[in-house]
Design a protein around this ligand. Structure first.
Ligand code: SF4
Ligand code: SF4
Length: 228
């Protein structure tokens, strides 16, 4: 089938360039009432699919927190640079096939949700939700994607395209990671009380902590304590 072989060619290119995660979500997934974020079709009206690309964040940068915040922040930005280059190559390949593509900013990058809408701190679309629909993981109590192989230690971007790519079919895993209810280490570790055990999130508190208390360095404690 054209869609499958085309998806596999894109996957191979991404993996050959260093991607640790690759997945595709149908844009119709964003019609699910469980999704409360912005619609990717608000960015590209005739989008059909979202390609998610990710790299694993080296463990050493996380284990060194909180002392190694500058190194952690620098390592995250290196991850962002890596996936930008991979995404750019894929976007060009997609356009050579006659379709169009645009690259969604990595959450936490200089064009991510902290900077996109200062009122709501909501991104133009959720890469995490696309990754969930693509079968790459589900949500932890820390509101991050929990992947099977790397837990929450991933950096992701996405490509929005009108190419006829197909995401996985059939039932998905539960939206929330089932092991979180017996853990909640991230809730206890967050110095800004940015989220609660019952699912509330206060994005502004996380942003204020990092941009005011830490002067722009990233915190990452909700990732460090995660046993996944
Ligand atoms: S990065 Fe730090 S401040 Fe932000 S939610 Fe995680 S633990 Fe809390
Ligand atoms: S620290 Fe525990 S509760 Fe938080 S995301 Fe990880 S597994 Fe879930």
């Amino acid at each position: 089938m054209y869609e499958d072989s085309y998806t596999n060619r894109l996957r191979k290119t991404a993996v050959d360039m260093g991607a640790d995660l690759f997945g595709v979500a149908d844009v119709q997934n964003f019609d699910d009432p469980a999704y409360t974020g912005n619609d990717p079709r608000g960015i590209m009206e005739d989008a059909r699919a979202v390609i998610v690309i990710g790299v694993a964040v080296p463990r050493g940068s996380i284990e060194s927190l909180p002392k190694g915040r500058a190194e952690y922040t620098n390592t995250l930005m290196a991850g962002t640079a890596t996936i930008r280059i991979i995404a750019f190559r894929l976007a060009r390949l997609i356009e050579k096939e006659g379709y169009k593509a645009t690259i969604v900013p990595t959450e936490g990058s200089e064009f991510g949700y902290w900077y996109a809408d200062r009122e709501t701190l909501m991104a133009g679309m959720s890469i995490k939700y696309a990754a969930y629909c693509a079968g790459l993981g589900n949500y932890g109590a820390n509101h991050l994607l929990i992947t099977d192989e790397f837990g929450p230690r991933v950096r992701m971007t996405a490509i929005l395209t009108d190419a006829p790519l197909k995401g996985p079919e059939g039932p998905r895993r539960p939206l929330l990671n089932e092991d979180c209810k017996d853990c909640m280490k991230c809730v206890e570790a967050c110095p800004a009380a940015a989220f609660t055990a019952d699912g509330e999130i206060h994005r502004q508190r996380c942003a204020e902590y990092m941009f005011q208390a830490l002067g722009g360095l990233r915190c990452g404690l909700c990732i460090k304590v995660c046993p996944k």
